[in-house]
Design a protein around this ligand. Structure first.
Ligand code: ADP
Ligand code: MG
Length: 199
């Protein structure tokens, strides 16, 4: 079972991973965006880690709701409200139990991903974070490792796509041939789950 500590470890691992990969995320956001994705998420997840340490919420749901709120309030780019919504809505769907199963997390994350789809209007294949998140949620019923692999493959598969949502869509066909920064960071977020599980 997964307790509040697991969810705190998830967010801390995500913050560390985003920090390590910030330059790469920003580099991906430069040909098809405005070169701020790494710094946006670095700032956001650093704030998440700091808030979780200070407030120490006691349930899985409360950890994710607080993390989501923090991302919404600290990240200016499109990705802040989108990731914030993902975590907040996933947290709400987890309810207020002290522990949840991996299967419950998979179900709650699907609710969170659906909320991101509603907010941003992106569908699979539009070259966004959705392209990593949807396959990850589908695979999470099997294992954290399967979810990590599926998210990584989903992110890589955005390269040949033409962007239909977000800033990259303004480039039309010129968005083809570049991996989507948000799908790349979504894969980091999913990989951090496996780290938190210690697998
Ligand atoms: P901005 O585009 O405002 O500079 P970021 O650079 O932080 O914000 O994030 C860009 C990423 O956000 C994109 O690579 C994409 O994955 C994601 N994104 C942008 N718009 C949408 C949307 N409508 N739905 C889902 N994801 C989106
Ligand atoms: Mg950007």
């Amino acid at each position: 079972m997964l307790d509040a500590d697991f969810f705190r470890r998830w967010m801390t691992a995500a913050a560390a991973s985003v920090d390590r990969e910030a330059d790469r995320l920003t580099a991906l956001d430069s040909p098809i965006g405005d070169a701020d994705h790494g710094s946006n998420l670095q700032r956001g997840f650093a704030a998440v880690a700091a808030t979780l340490e200070k407030e120490a919420p006691g349930t899985p749901g409360a950890v994710l709701v607080l993390a989501g709120r923090q991302l919404i309030s600290t990240v200016g780019g499109a990705s802040g409200p989108l990731y914030g919504t993902l975590l907040r809505r996933t947290g709400k769907a987890l309810g207020d139990g002290a522990e949840v199963s991996r299967e419950q997390l998979a179900e709650a994350l699907r609710t969170g991903v659906d909320a991101v789809r509603t907010l941003g209007g992106a569908a699979p294949g539009d070259k966004t974070m959705i392209d990593a998140l949807v396959p990850a949620v589908d695979a999470l019923g099997d294992s954290f490792a399967a979810a990590r692999a599926a998210a990584g493959e989903g992110a890589a598969a955005t390269t040949p796509l033409q962007a239909r949502k977000g800033r990259a869509s303004y480039l039309g066909e010129r968005s083809i041939g570049h991996q989507d920064p948000g799908a790349t960071s979504a894969a980091l977020l999913v990989a951090a789950l496996e780290e938190a599980a210690g697998e």
